[in-house]
Design a protein around this ligand. Sequence first.
Ligand code: NAP
Ligand code: ZN
Ligand code: ZN
Length: 353
Amino acid sequence: MKVLGYAAQQAKAPLRPYTFERRNPGDNDVVIEIQYCGICHTDVHQVNDEWGGKSTYPMVPGHEITGIVTRVGPKVERYKVDDRVGIGCFIDSCRQCTPCLEGLEQYCKEGPNLTYNGVEKDGKTRTQGGYSNKIVADENYVLHIPDNLPMDRAAPLLCAGITMYSPLMHWKAGPGKRIGIIGLGGLGHMGVKIAHALGTEVTVLSHSNKKRDEAKKMGADKFYDTSVDTDSLKNLESYFDLIINTLSVEIDWNRYLNLLALDGTMVVVGIPEKETTLAASSLIKPRRSLAGSVIGGIQENQEMLDFCNEHNITSDIELIPIQKVNEAYQRLVNSDVRYRFVIDTKSLDGQTE
Ligand code: NAP
Ligand code: ZN
Ligand code: ZN
């Protein structure tokens, strides 16, 4: 089927209208009319090919997708026409390896089939993402969007939300724990809201003072401007049980590892272009850990959406027409968004290539 989207034709190129083919729906597939798609910093990294030549073009980015089911294959059981659904960072996986069988499809040994800049199950057809008007996916990789969540503000939950929810659950955030979040961007602001709802003390470490009041409104207990609060950061030495580092740029990890208490863990979720140097002394005393985490599995994604529904958690968004996407990328790189750009795909109506 013919689909209209916005694509980058080569690395660092501005996104432009682009018509492409998606597969005709199979027996287990649903066709989704996309309503909204969030702009994740990963989209910018991949459009610009910042991760070592892994990008392929033309590339239609977008993996924070919400929309409405318009058609279902004959064997589809979980969805019907008009259902409110979402798609996150992958649209399939091998379904046979141990991680897949344990609901950890994000760690599929063959690599999950990414929503864009990846390949379909056939191993050759390139996947294209949510900056477009329709998508076809196997029902097992589609999520229900609960009724109380508005579709535009729910879209960023599909990547930013789950990327924070998963490590917060894995490292058991909750009452009595002190959590630090480095960077109050798309991921960071979801982390603050979810950590707060889990009843944990949450501190934001931000590189300016501009977001202080907003962070407090989201539920942050403490806020530090890391560009000036050098003395305060000293006071935070050996303070946190868990730090989640969401930065899209490289920083001195050692400075932040020093803020971990005995047996504390820093989980890296941000993926900067450049490598970071690590000093052994930052980890050894007092028995600190450094870990990583990537998005979450399908079942965990659904749990996260239900949790957000129950706690009235949605993303703070700036809704934009797709024609503003290149401007939005620039603003995102400058940390100038409160707190996620979301594309309203209605703006594709009447657009020509
Ligand atoms: P974002 O909205 O741009 O947030 C990044 C935040 O980093 C900014 O808001 C800013 O927060 C801080 N920052 C930016 N430039 C900085 C600088 N020069 N110095 C210090 N701090 C700076 O990006 P995002 O969408 O949240 O994504 C963040 C990273 O996570 C990206 O690298 C993305 O690819 C990655 N990611 C990983 C996963 C995963 O599964 N592991 C999933 C999604 C995204 P302050 O203004 O508060 O300092
Ligand atoms: Zn993402
Ligand atoms: Zn697998």
